[in-house]
Design a protein around this ligand. Structure first.
Ligand SMILES: NC(=O)c1ccc[n+]([C@@H]2O[C@H](COP(=O)([O-])OP(=O)(O)OC[C@H]3O[C@@H](n4cnc5c(N)ncnc54)[C@H](O)[C@@H]3O)[C@@H](O)[C@H]2O)c1
Length: 328
């Protein structure tokens, strides 16, 4: 399938990016990664990939793209914290808007075939009127993160119209699975799983009735692969269409891990959506994609991963086990 082609994965040392790298290597692509390791980790990264420790906000990144001449770009690097974006919207836009613009400009110059962009569905539509939220619902972000991801998507559409640089933008729900950072902000499944395995009390921000659309990282990787040859010049939701409350996630993980206690509660955070699920009918039609991994099985895989990592390296957590139900 790869035919000697080169795929660049920006953010390839991160949670979703590292799984993308694994899959592309399996498919025989030459894989190049650009990552500043701000949240990504070398231990996530497959040794079969060529790694450039670089920041997309720096002009030197263009020289790397020039040298590597990728055929495909999976643009996954981003400032991913909703909370951080509310504290520093300029830093967020620098990484997510200007960083993307640098990727686009460098890609155009070397004649990249297609860019597949990791956008957000969870943080793009605000609290939508219709659930599951259709692909063409009004855009109404409630965080600078949602804005910056949206503006970057608009730049992709502009480069497509203006320069015929092909793209697909995939708007994810709340992605979860192995390797998600349990010390990060958005990964409520990772945060709860690890805290429960370590016997620490997980913290829920708000009352836990807020609902999200949880999609497995493996389904997200499948969607990226499907987008290599389909869905040109389009944006679409990648999710399950199902709402699941944070309390339900807590209960499911409780029974998988055998944890015995209840959660701690902390005040709701700003910039968080209350209730969302995403309609994925455009992805079904255009990419012939559907989510394959049900929530129960996906949670079990995630807990298994953390259990194994703990056995290998002891205590993994760097904080008290607090979990933020971010909208991704
Ligand atoms: N995880 C989710 O639920 C979710 C939902 C919707 C969209 N997304 C999007 O998917 C992509 C991947 O997210 P993730 O969950 O794997 O997060 P992550 O934080 O694990 O991955 C992001 C990666 O980008 C790198 N990075 C950040 N800023 C960079 C910069 N300026 N230059 C170079 N590298 C940089 C980080 O070191 C990290 O490896 C992001 O674009 C995110 O916005 C994620």
């Amino acid at each position: 399938m790869a035919d000697g082609r080169t795929a660049l994965v920006t953010g390839g040392a991160g949670f979703i990016g590292s799984h993308m790298v694994d899959r592309l290597l399996e498919l025989d692509y030459k894989v190049v990664v650009m990552d500043n390791l701000s949240t990504g980790k070398i231990k996530n990264l497959n040794s079969g990939a060529v790694f450039h420790h670089t920041d997309l906000t720096q002009p030197a990144m263009a020289e790397i793209i020039q040298r590597e001449q990728p055929d495909l770009v999976f643009h996954m690097a981003a400032q991913t914290s909703v909370t951080q974006s509310t504290k520093d919207p300029i830093g967020d836009a620098n990484a997510n808007v200007l960083g993307t613009l640098r990727v686009l400009e460098a890609s155009r110059r070397v004649g990249v075939e297609k860019i597949i962009y990791s956008c957000t569905g969870g943080a793009l539509y605000g609290d939508p009127e219709t659930i599951p939220c259709p692909d063409d619902a009004a855009i109404a972000p409630v965080s600078p993160y949602g804005m910056s991801k949206w503006v970057a998507e608009q730049y992709l559409a502009f480069y497509f119209r203006q320069y015929r640089l092909n793209f697909t933008s995939l708007r994810y729900g709340n992605v979860f699975g192995p390797r998600q950072d349990p010390n990060g902000e958005a990964g409520v499944v990772a945060v709860f799983s690890l805290a429960m395995l370590e016997g620490k009390q997980p913290q829920i921000f708000g009352d836990g009735t807020q609902e999200r659309d949880f999609v497995s990282v493996f389904d997200v990787v499948d969607a990226n692969i499907a987008a290599i040859g389909r869905g040109d010049g389009m944006a679409m939701n990648i999710a399950t269409g199902e709402v699941t409350s944070v309390n339900r996630i807590f209960q499911m993980l409780r029974s998988i891990t055998g944890y015995k206690w209840g959660p701690l509660h902390a005040p709701q955070r700003t910039g968080e959506v209350y209730r969302i699920a995403l309609d994925w009918s455009r992805a079904a039609r255009e990419l012939n994609w559907s989510p394959k991994i049900n929530l129960e099985a996906g949670l079990q895989m995630t807990v298994d991963y953390f259990r194994e990592s703990m056995n290998l390296s002891g205590n993994l957590s760097g904080n008290s086990g607090g979990g933020v139900p971010s909208a991704g």
